[in-house]
Design a protein around this ligand. Structure first.
Ligand code: BV8
Length: 239
Protein backbone atom coordinates (compact mmCIF):
# COMPACT_ATOMS: atom_id res chain seq x y z
CA UNK A 1 0.00 0.00 0.00
CA UNK A 2 1.39 3.43 -0.95
CA UNK A 3 2.55 5.72 1.88
CA UNK A 4 2.93 9.51 1.79
CA UNK A 5 4.94 11.13 4.59
CA UNK A 6 4.53 14.89 4.87
CA UNK A 7 6.77 17.16 6.99
CA UNK A 8 5.28 20.56 7.73
CA UNK A 9 6.83 23.70 9.18
CA UNK A 10 5.74 27.19 10.16
CA UNK A 11 5.06 28.13 6.52
CA UNK A 12 1.91 26.01 6.36
CA UNK A 13 0.42 28.06 9.20
CA UNK A 14 1.61 31.45 7.88
CA UNK A 15 -1.57 32.10 5.86
CA UNK A 16 -3.61 31.40 8.99
CA UNK A 17 -1.89 34.40 10.57
CA UNK A 18 0.79 32.68 12.69
CA UNK A 19 4.17 34.27 12.06
CA UNK A 20 7.00 31.98 11.03
CA UNK A 21 10.36 31.83 12.81
CA UNK A 22 12.79 33.22 10.28
CA UNK A 23 10.80 35.88 8.46
CA UNK A 24 11.96 39.47 9.09
CA UNK A 25 9.01 40.05 11.42
CA UNK A 26 9.11 36.45 12.61
CA UNK A 27 9.27 34.93 16.06
CA UNK A 28 13.05 34.84 16.20
CA UNK A 29 13.23 38.50 15.26
CA UNK A 30 11.40 39.31 18.48
CA UNK A 31 13.23 36.91 20.80
CA UNK A 32 16.67 35.29 20.93
CA UNK A 33 16.31 31.54 20.40
CA UNK A 34 18.65 30.93 23.31
CA UNK A 35 16.34 32.90 25.61
CA UNK A 36 12.99 31.34 24.78
CA UNK A 37 13.53 27.95 23.09
CA UNK A 38 16.25 26.24 25.15
CA UNK A 39 16.22 24.49 28.55
CA UNK A 40 18.94 26.92 29.66
CA UNK A 41 16.72 29.88 28.75
CA UNK A 42 13.87 28.33 30.72
CA UNK A 43 16.09 27.77 33.76
CA UNK A 44 17.43 31.32 33.49
CA UNK A 45 14.09 33.09 33.09
CA UNK A 46 11.03 30.81 33.36
CA UNK A 47 8.64 33.79 33.37
CA UNK A 48 9.90 34.96 29.96
CA UNK A 49 9.67 31.49 28.43
CA UNK A 50 6.27 30.63 29.90
CA UNK A 51 4.83 33.98 28.74
CA UNK A 52 6.34 33.43 25.24
CA UNK A 53 4.39 30.18 24.97
CA UNK A 54 1.28 31.60 26.65
CA UNK A 55 1.16 34.26 23.91
CA UNK A 56 1.56 31.66 21.16
CA UNK A 57 -1.02 29.35 22.77
CA UNK A 58 -3.51 32.25 22.87
CA UNK A 59 -2.79 33.18 19.24
CA UNK A 60 -3.08 29.56 18.06
CA UNK A 61 -6.50 29.33 19.75
CA UNK A 62 -7.71 32.40 17.84
CA UNK A 63 -6.68 31.46 14.29
CA UNK A 64 -8.22 28.96 11.87
CA UNK A 65 -6.81 26.24 9.64
CA UNK A 66 -6.25 27.35 6.05
CA UNK A 67 -6.86 25.60 2.72
CA UNK A 68 -3.49 23.83 2.96
CA UNK A 69 -4.34 22.20 6.30
CA UNK A 70 -7.74 21.19 4.95
CA UNK A 71 -6.25 19.77 1.75
CA UNK A 72 -3.94 17.50 3.76
CA UNK A 73 -6.93 16.31 5.81
CA UNK A 74 -8.79 15.55 2.55
CA UNK A 75 -5.76 13.63 1.29
CA UNK A 76 -5.64 11.55 4.49
CA UNK A 77 -9.36 10.82 4.18
CA UNK A 78 -9.55 9.99 0.46
CA UNK A 79 -6.10 8.74 -0.58
CA UNK A 80 -5.95 5.00 -1.29
CA UNK A 81 -2.75 4.62 0.75
CA UNK A 82 -1.50 5.88 4.14
CA UNK A 83 -0.88 9.58 4.80
CA UNK A 84 1.27 10.60 7.78
CA UNK A 85 1.74 14.24 8.78
CA UNK A 86 4.90 14.93 10.81
CA UNK A 87 4.75 18.51 11.95
CA UNK A 88 7.41 20.74 13.49
CA UNK A 89 4.62 23.13 14.40
CA UNK A 90 3.30 23.35 17.91
CA UNK A 91 -0.10 24.76 16.91
CA UNK A 92 -3.10 22.43 16.41
CA UNK A 93 -4.18 23.69 12.99
CA UNK A 94 -3.66 20.29 11.33
CA UNK A 95 -6.09 18.73 13.80
CA UNK A 96 -8.52 21.65 13.47
CA UNK A 97 -8.28 21.19 9.69
CA UNK A 98 -9.36 17.54 10.06
CA UNK A 99 -6.07 15.59 10.00
CA UNK A 100 -5.97 12.64 12.43
CA UNK A 101 -2.53 11.07 11.87
CA UNK A 102 -0.44 14.00 13.11
CA UNK A 103 2.93 13.55 14.84
CA UNK A 104 4.09 16.65 16.77
CA UNK A 105 7.83 16.04 16.75
CA UNK A 106 8.53 19.37 18.49
CA UNK A 107 5.68 19.18 21.01
CA UNK A 108 2.39 21.06 21.25
CA UNK A 109 1.14 24.27 22.83
CA UNK A 110 -1.99 22.46 24.04
CA UNK A 111 0.06 20.06 26.17
CA UNK A 112 1.84 20.60 29.51
CA UNK A 113 4.70 18.44 30.73
CA UNK A 114 5.97 17.73 34.24
CA UNK A 115 9.75 18.11 34.33
CA UNK A 116 9.83 15.91 37.44
CA UNK A 117 7.74 12.88 36.47
CA UNK A 118 7.19 13.24 32.68
CA UNK A 119 3.39 13.31 33.13
CA UNK A 120 1.51 15.17 30.35
CA UNK A 121 -1.87 16.87 30.61
CA UNK A 122 -3.89 19.45 28.65
CA UNK A 123 -2.19 22.82 29.17
CA UNK A 124 -4.25 25.69 30.62
CA UNK A 125 -4.39 28.71 28.31
CA UNK A 126 -2.12 30.55 30.74
CA UNK A 127 0.70 28.62 32.42
CA UNK A 128 2.85 30.02 35.21
CA UNK A 129 6.31 28.95 36.37
CA UNK A 130 6.00 26.51 39.25
CA UNK A 131 2.55 25.26 38.27
CA UNK A 132 1.82 22.04 40.13
CA UNK A 133 1.88 18.70 38.32
CA UNK A 134 -1.56 17.07 38.75
CA UNK A 135 0.10 13.66 39.07
CA UNK A 136 3.14 14.08 41.33
CA UNK A 137 2.29 17.50 42.82
CA UNK A 138 5.79 18.83 42.08
CA UNK A 139 5.91 22.55 41.11
CA UNK A 140 7.57 21.41 37.87
CA UNK A 141 5.11 22.10 35.03
CA UNK A 142 6.63 23.34 31.75
CA UNK A 143 5.40 23.84 28.19
CA UNK A 144 5.42 20.45 26.39
CA UNK A 145 7.74 21.84 23.71
CA UNK A 146 10.97 20.31 22.38
CA UNK A 147 13.60 23.01 22.81
CA UNK A 148 16.99 23.19 21.08
CA UNK A 149 19.26 20.54 22.51
CA UNK A 150 16.31 18.30 23.44
CA UNK A 151 15.41 15.09 21.62
CA UNK A 152 12.39 15.50 19.30
CA UNK A 153 9.44 13.18 19.97
CA UNK A 154 8.56 9.93 18.14
CA UNK A 155 11.82 9.77 16.20
CA UNK A 156 11.85 5.95 15.92
CA UNK A 157 8.31 5.90 14.54
CA UNK A 158 9.14 8.76 12.16
CA UNK A 159 12.17 6.92 10.78
CA UNK A 160 10.04 3.79 10.33
CA UNK A 161 7.60 5.86 8.25
CA UNK A 162 10.45 7.39 6.23
CA UNK A 163 11.74 3.88 5.49
CA UNK A 164 8.37 2.98 3.95
CA UNK A 165 7.54 6.28 2.25
CA UNK A 166 6.77 6.23 -1.49
CA UNK A 167 6.43 10.02 -1.45
CA UNK A 168 8.04 12.46 1.00
CA UNK A 169 6.85 16.05 0.93
CA UNK A 170 8.16 19.02 2.94
CA UNK A 171 5.77 21.94 3.18
CA UNK A 172 6.65 25.40 4.52
CA UNK A 173 9.88 24.61 6.30
CA UNK A 174 13.21 26.38 5.87
CA UNK A 175 15.27 23.22 6.36
CA UNK A 176 17.42 24.86 9.04
CA UNK A 177 16.64 22.65 11.99
CA UNK A 178 17.78 19.07 12.45
CA UNK A 179 16.92 16.24 12.63
CA UNK A 180 13.80 17.33 10.63
CA UNK A 181 15.94 18.87 7.87
CA UNK A 182 17.61 15.47 7.40
CA UNK A 183 14.36 13.63 6.65
CA UNK A 184 14.53 14.29 2.89
CA UNK A 185 17.93 12.56 2.61
CA UNK A 186 16.56 9.63 4.62
CA UNK A 187 13.46 9.33 2.42
CA UNK A 188 15.48 9.59 -0.81
CA UNK A 189 17.89 6.90 0.34
CA UNK A 190 14.84 4.68 0.81
CA UNK A 191 13.66 5.35 -2.74
CA UNK A 192 10.89 7.86 -2.07
CA UNK A 193 9.93 10.57 -4.56
CA UNK A 194 10.69 13.85 -2.77
CA UNK A 195 8.84 17.13 -3.28
CA UNK A 196 9.21 20.51 -1.60
CA UNK A 197 6.35 23.01 -1.50
CA UNK A 198 7.54 26.41 -0.35
CA UNK A 199 7.68 30.09 -1.31
CA UNK A 200 11.35 29.53 -2.11
CA UNK A 201 13.93 26.77 -2.07
CA UNK A 202 14.82 25.80 1.50
CA UNK A 203 18.31 25.22 2.90
CA UNK A 204 17.96 21.59 1.77
CA UNK A 205 15.93 22.41 -1.35
CA UNK A 206 18.54 20.93 -3.68
CA UNK A 207 17.93 17.49 -2.15
CA UNK A 208 14.36 17.33 -3.43
CA UNK A 209 13.51 15.73 -6.79
CA UNK A 210 10.67 18.20 -7.31
CA UNK A 211 9.94 21.74 -6.10
CA UNK A 212 6.71 23.71 -6.31
CA UNK A 213 6.88 27.41 -5.60
CA UNK A 214 4.04 29.43 -4.15
CA UNK A 215 1.84 29.89 -1.10
CA UNK A 216 0.84 26.62 0.58
CA UNK A 217 -2.87 27.38 0.22
CA UNK A 218 -2.37 27.09 -3.57
CA UNK A 219 0.50 24.62 -4.01
CA UNK A 220 -0.77 22.09 -1.44
CA UNK A 221 -4.33 22.26 -2.72
CA UNK A 222 -3.17 21.70 -6.33
CA UNK A 223 -0.82 18.88 -5.30
CA UNK A 224 -3.55 17.09 -3.30
CA UNK A 225 -6.02 17.49 -6.19
CA UNK A 226 -3.50 15.82 -8.49
CA UNK A 227 -2.83 12.98 -6.03
CA UNK A 228 -6.58 12.38 -5.73
CA UNK A 229 -6.97 12.45 -9.52
CA UNK A 230 -9.06 15.59 -9.51
CA UNK A 231 -6.50 17.39 -11.67
CA UNK A 232 -4.14 16.29 -14.40
CA UNK A 233 -0.61 16.21 -12.98
CA UNK A 234 1.69 18.90 -14.30
CA UNK A 235 5.18 17.96 -15.42
CA UNK A 236 7.48 18.41 -12.38
CA UNK A 237 9.24 21.74 -12.38
CA UNK A 238 6.66 23.49 -14.57
CA UNK A 239 4.79 25.56 -12.06
C1 BV8 B 1 18.44 17.74 18.72
C2 BV8 B 1 9.82 24.18 19.11
C3 BV8 B 1 19.84 16.15 19.73
C4 BV8 B 1 10.04 25.46 19.78
C5 BV8 B 1 11.72 24.04 17.67
C6 BV8 B 1 23.29 19.13 13.28
C7 BV8 B 1 22.66 17.91 13.32
C8 BV8 B 1 21.69 17.63 14.30
C9 BV8 B 1 21.33 18.61 15.23
C10 BV8 B 1 21.97 19.82 15.16
C11 BV8 B 1 22.94 20.08 14.21
N1 BV8 B 1 23.40 21.33 14.44
C12 BV8 B 1 22.72 21.87 15.47
C13 BV8 B 1 21.86 20.98 15.93
C14 BV8 B 1 20.94 21.17 17.04
C15 BV8 B 1 19.63 21.83 16.67
C16 BV8 B 1 19.59 22.48 15.34
O1 BV8 B 1 19.16 21.87 14.35
N2 BV8 B 1 19.98 23.74 15.29
C17 BV8 B 1 19.92 24.49 14.06
C18 BV8 B 1 19.54 25.92 14.37
C19 BV8 B 1 21.24 24.35 13.35
N3 BV8 B 1 18.59 20.84 16.75
C20 BV8 B 1 18.08 20.54 17.96
O2 BV8 B 1 18.48 21.01 19.00
C21 BV8 B 1 16.99 19.48 17.96
N4 BV8 B 1 17.37 18.48 18.91
O3 BV8 B 1 19.17 17.80 17.77
O4 BV8 B 1 18.63 16.89 19.77
C22 BV8 B 1 19.83 15.25 20.88
C23 BV8 B 1 20.40 14.02 20.73
C24 BV8 B 1 20.42 13.17 21.80
C25 BV8 B 1 19.84 13.56 23.01
C26 BV8 B 1 19.26 14.81 23.14
C27 BV8 B 1 19.25 15.67 22.07
C28 BV8 B 1 15.68 20.04 18.46
C29 BV8 B 1 15.18 21.10 17.52
C30 BV8 B 1 13.77 21.53 17.94
C31 BV8 B 1 13.78 22.95 18.39
N5 BV8 B 1 12.39 23.38 18.56
N6 BV8 B 1 10.43 24.30 17.83
C32 BV8 B 1 9.01 26.47 19.33
O5 BV8 B 1 8.22 26.21 18.41
O6 BV8 B 1 9.05 27.55 19.93
S1 BV8 B 1 12.47 24.53 16.24
C33 BV8 B 1 11.45 25.57 15.34
O7 BV8 B 1 12.20 26.09 14.24
C34 BV8 B 1 10.33 24.85 14.63
O8 BV8 B 1 9.75 23.84 15.38
C35 BV8 B 1 10.96 24.32 13.40
O9 BV8 B 1 11.41 23.02 13.58
C36 BV8 B 1 12.18 25.13 13.25
C37 BV8 B 1 12.29 25.70 11.87
O10 BV8 B 1 11.19 26.41 11.64
P1 BV8 B 1 10.37 26.26 10.27
O11 BV8 B 1 9.15 25.52 10.60
O12 BV8 B 1 11.21 25.74 9.15
O13 BV8 B 1 10.04 27.79 10.06
P2 BV8 B 1 10.96 28.92 9.43
O14 BV8 B 1 10.42 30.22 9.87
O15 BV8 B 1 12.41 28.59 9.66
O16 BV8 B 1 10.69 28.73 7.88
C38 BV8 B 1 9.38 28.94 7.38
C39 BV8 B 1 9.39 28.40 5.96
O17 BV8 B 1 8.08 28.53 5.43
C40 BV8 B 1 10.31 29.18 5.04
O18 BV8 B 1 11.02 28.27 4.22
C41 BV8 B 1 9.35 30.03 4.18
O19 BV8 B 1 9.83 30.22 2.87
C42 BV8 B 1 8.13 29.15 4.16
N7 BV8 B 1 6.85 29.86 4.01
C43 BV8 B 1 6.48 31.04 4.62
N8 BV8 B 1 5.21 31.33 4.24
C44 BV8 B 1 4.79 30.34 3.42
C45 BV8 B 1 5.82 29.41 3.27
N9 BV8 B 1 5.71 28.31 2.51
C46 BV8 B 1 4.54 28.13 1.85
N10 BV8 B 1 3.49 28.98 1.95
C47 BV8 B 1 3.59 30.09 2.71
N11 BV8 B 1 2.54 30.93 2.79
Amino acid sequence: MSKIVILTGAGISAESGIETFRAEDGLWAQHRVEDVATPEGFARNPELVVSFYNARRKQAAEVSPNAAHKALARLEQLYAGQVIVVTQNVDDLHEKGGSQNVMHMHGALKSALCAACDHRWPAPMVMAPGDICPKCSAPAARPDIVWFGEMPYEMDAIFDHLAEADIFAAIGTSGNVYPAAGFVAEARSNGAHTIELNLERSAVGNQFAEHRTGPATRTVTDWVDELLGAKTPTRPGFR
